[in-house]
Design a protein around this ligand. Structure first.
Ligand SMILES: Nc1nc2c(ncn2[C@@H]2O[C@H](COP(=O)(O)OP(=O)(O)OP(=O)(O)O)[C@@H](O)[C@H]2O)c(=O)[nH]1
Ligand SMILES: [Mg+2]
Length: 426
């Protein structure tokens, strides 16, 4: 009996020691675990960065994921075509409309109307270089005036031809074919007919449609539109298997949280990709426990666009408000903040044609890429309420693997460095 008692108390003690050991191991493991959240408003590139991490750490994609990307690319293609046709009606642009003809006819008027403005001594002409192009304030103003004139010429032509109801010609016929297709056929695996493919190609080549693309800030068009349109033959092939660039271009709005894990110097990094649309942000709070860092993504190219959710709020304003609430959130007080000012490739191009000052009047730069990027960096950094907490900033191009590899190497090293240890993060 006695020996029996001693055996059971021995095994109880063993069990309790084992539990303690497990708890300690768990604690040590969680100390070594670096939990990172990818946050930001919708379409800023969070899932694209997660895909890049999978490529960089050779995690790869499952056959199911690849099949999803394939259908997403076809769906992206069809919804871009429909979005463009709707925008042609909304912006009153006739098919076949050639903006260059309006520009040459109106150049004289535009130049003279700008003379007064450009000779005003308070508007000193300042020049700056960006990608070998010269920019000065009158040039920017001239471009904008030109756009307004082209837009009014386009809508006059559209109305005089009888509006959207009376569109004629081969592009209008192609548009009718595209309108009649049912997107559910993509999900059911039906092959896209050659008639539909040639109709979309015809639509995409139309100069009026290309002009409509240049006004994409006035409606909602996904950034990967040119990519999917230019790769239509490959994407619609029955045996199409997406390549890495295809996967990075595919747009799937995140509604299910995704997680990846990889090791760097014995530390386990767990990265969570959360949906950024307004309805998805309700899920975020549940992930704030034990988070060591969050990567906040901003699509700086979206400064002239409105939110997908309401088509009214400026996308950067929405992003700034969200960033403000995160930097001031008590649960994230000790969290390291990494800011990705993303889509710099699109931002560079857009700064040449769309004056930043028209959307952010407090911007006092020269209208060039560098000053615009620095302006957004300063604006976001100003949202940090704690001087002892730094914000690590990176200018990123999320669809470019070499850019993201370089940036992620810096990010992981920064997280492992003393800067974060000082804050008790690792
Ligand atoms: N050109 C360009 N396209 C980008 C860049 N980053 C992301 N994209 C594209 O932008 C689109 C949206 O990217 P996602 O990664 O799905 O955005 P998200 O932040 O995950 O969006 P939600 O899931 O809605 O929160 C995709 O088609 C990407 O290919 C970039 O730096 N440059
Ligand atoms: Mg996403």
């Amino acid at each position: 009996m006695g020996s029996c008692q001693s055996t059971s108390s021995d095994s109880a003690a063993d069990r309790s020691r084992a539990i303690e050991r497990h708890l300690k191991e768990d604690k040590d493991a969680s100390k070594k675990e670096v939990k990172i959240l990818l946050l930001g408003t919708g379409e800023t590139g969070k899932s694209t960065v997660l895909k890049q991490m999978k490529l960089i750490h050779k995690i790869g994609f499952t056959p199911d994921e690849i099949a999803n990307f394939r259908s997403a690319l076809v769906l992206n293609l069809l919804s871009c075509a429909k979005e463009l046709m709707n925008a042609m009606d909304k912006l009153k642009i006739p098919y076949g409309f050639d903006p260059t003809q309006v520009v040459s006819a109106s150049r004289q008027i535009t130049e003279s109307s700008l003379d007064q403005w450009s000779t005003d001594p308070s508007n000193t002409s300042r020049t700056n270089s960006c990608d070998n192009e010269s920019f000065d304030a009158p040039t920017i103003r001239r471009r904008t005036a030109r756009f307004a004139e082209v837009a009014s010429a386009s809508s006059e032509l559209f109305m005089s031809a009888g509006g959207s109801e009376n569109r004629t010609g081969e592009v209008a016929a192609a548009a009718a074919i595209i309108r009649s297709m049912d997107p559910s056929m993509v999900l059911s695996g039906t092959t896209i007919s050659s008639k539909l493919i040639s109709s979309i190609k015809l639509l995409w080549r139309d100069p009026g449609v290309q002009y409509c693309v240049s006004r994409a800030a006035e409606y909602q068009l996904m950034d990967s539109c040119p990519y999917v349109m230019e790769n239509i033959d490959r994407i619609c092939c029955p045996d199409f298997t997406p390549t890495d660039p295809d996967i990075l271009a595919a747009r799937i709005m995140t509604t299910q949280i995704r997680e990846i894990r990889f090791k760097v110097h014995a530390h386990l990094f767990c990265v969570y990709d959360l949906g950024g649309q307004r309805s998805e942000r309700k899920k975020w709070m549940a992930f704030f426990d034990n988070v060591k860092a969050f990567i906040y993504m901003v699509a700086i190219s979206s400064y002239d666009q409105t939110c997908f959710e309401d088509s009214q709020t400026n996308r950067i304003t929405e992003s700034l408000n969200l960033f403000h609430s995160l930097t001031h959130h008590p649960a994230l007080k000790k969290t390291c903040i990494i800011l990705f000012l993303n889509k710099i490739d699109l931002f560079k191009e857009k700064m040449k044609v769309s004056p930043l000052v028209e959307y952010f009047p407090e911007y006092k730069g020269l209208g060039d890429y560098e000053s615009g990027a620095l302006y957004f960096e300063r604006t976001f950094r100003d949202e940090n309420p704690f001087s002892e907490r730094d914000i690590y900033t990176h200018f990123t191009w999320a669809t470019d693997t070499s850019n993201i590899s370089r940036v992620m190497e810096n990010v992981t090293m920064a997280l492992l460095r003393a800067a974060c240890e000082n804050l008790g993060l690792i």
